[in-house]
Design a protein around this ligand. Structure first.
Ligand code: PLP
Length: 390
């Protein structure tokens, strides 16, 4: 075999930092506060529903758009929590996690040269999929320490080639939850410039006291121009199940389905009825999970403060962020690569999630979706380690 084999569409897209850091955690035996997965599973009754489905023959292809029972449960979920009315047959598609909903949306909607305004720091699959679709990303930076959306910067990012705004709220990695005023500004701009909003709401239920998630699709004039993406992974602590969905106008959902059919065609047959049971029969589980997470956030943030890694407590998600500028490291990547040896802890540098190299250079993300003992162990290790650059 001669010459390079990786397609040009993958140029400059490195392996995801989450795999790199999780491999490092396993190799060094470090406490992993890197990748965002909980170490306690979701409701046992939902697992039992999946087992029943496996044993009762739900083991063959489902319809590409997803099982009716799950599409109906997703439509009811959007109605129950947000008052959004959806036709489960044309306005809901089931995907392999939100990851495939993102891929389906970008491959199904973006033409080469179309500009996509995206919040940075971004979830890394956005960059990969915008690039694979031939689109051009136009980042708008949420700046530390409070990570608010600068509406003027947002407006300045839109050009005559802009077709989409890709939102994420509650936001990974900053833990920011966009306010009604910020979302209203996005909505007004989208209507004025005739843009479609694609909104990743996987952390929709994981918000903390004083912060409510507001789906942009509920704002006036937005239901008809918003494609909403989510999944059961975060809301029900089943991140490995990879059952997600896209909802919105039939035309936008149809574009996701048109791409999705050539990606996986169908997703997790026995898990679909189980996720339907989760949505219908355990609607309060996500808010009790959020309450537990809030306590863990407080434990982690107070502990990080104490060990000299202060950060602002996030309003939602699994993640808190610390600024490490005072420790003297060239960047957060160098710090995070050294941290397993120095302290026996893994965290994620946020700089790969920025186009602006300075904005995220000194920011480190810590996951608190872990058992209290795990967070306490990480904090005790950080407390006794020498964290300064040398
Ligand atoms: C912002 C965001 N979007 C999407 C995903 C992927 O969701 P799923 O696991 O359902 O594919 C994640 C997972 O970490 C995420 O943080």
């Amino acid at each position: 075999m001669t010459g390079r084999r990786t397609a040009a569409r993958l140029d400059g897209i490195p392996p995801t930092i989450f795999s790199t850091m999780s491999v490092l955690a396993v190799r060094t035996g470090a406490v992993n506060l890197g990748q965002g997965f909980p170490d306690v599973d979701g409701p046992p009754e939902v697992i039992a529903a999946a087992v029943r489905a496996l044993e009762s023959g739900a083991n063959q292809y489902t319809p590409g758009i997803g099982l009716p029972v799950l599409r109906q449960a997703i439509a009811r979920h959007q109605q129950r929590h947000y008052g959004l009315e959806l036709d489960p047959d044309t306005q809901v598609v089931v995907t392999t996690g939100c990851t495939e909903a993102i891929a389906g949306a970008l491959l199904g909607l973006v033409n080469p040269g179309d500009e996509v305004v995206v919040l940075e720091p971004y979830y890394d699959s956005y960059v990969a999929m915008i690039q694979m679709a031939g689109g051009v990303r136009r980042p708008v930076t949420l700046r530390a320490p409070d990570f608010r959306l600068d509406v003027d910067e947002l407006r300045a990012a839109v050009t005559h080639r802009t077709k989409y705004v890709l939102l994420n709220s509650p936001h990974n990695p900053t833990g920011a939850v966009l306010t009604r005023a910020e979302l209203t500004a996005v909505a007004e701009m989208a209507i004025e410039r005739d843009l479609v909003v694609i909104t990743d709401e996987v952390y929709e239920h994981l918000t903390f006291a004083g912060h409510d998630h507001l789906p942009i699709a509920t704002l006036p004039g937005m239901a008809e121009r918003t494609l909403t993406l989510s999944s059961a992974g975060k809301s029900y602590s089943f991140t490995g199940w990879k059952v997600g969905w896209a909802t919105g106008p039939a035309e936008l959902v149809g574009a996701v389905l048109a791409a999705k059919q050539w990606l996986t065609f169908t997703s997790g047959a026995p898990l679909q009825p189980a996720v339907a049971a989760a949505l219908d029969e355990h609607p309060a589980f996500p808010s009790s999970l959020a309450a537990e997470l809030e306590e863990k956030r407080d434990l982690l943030c107070a502990g990080l403060d104490k060990v000299g890694l202060p950060g602002r407590p996030p309003s939602g998600t699994y993640f808190a962020t610390s600024d490490i500028s005072h420790l003297g490291w060239p960047d957060a990547m160098a710090f995070c690569l050294a941290l397993p040896e120095r302290a026996g802890v893994v965290a994620i540098p946020t700089q790969p999630f920025y186009d602006d190299p300075d904005a995220g250079r000194q920011l480190v993300r810590w996951a608190f979706c872990k058992e209290r003992a795990v967070i306490e162990e990480a904090l005790s290790r950080l407390g006794t380690a020498d964290l300064a650059y040398r």
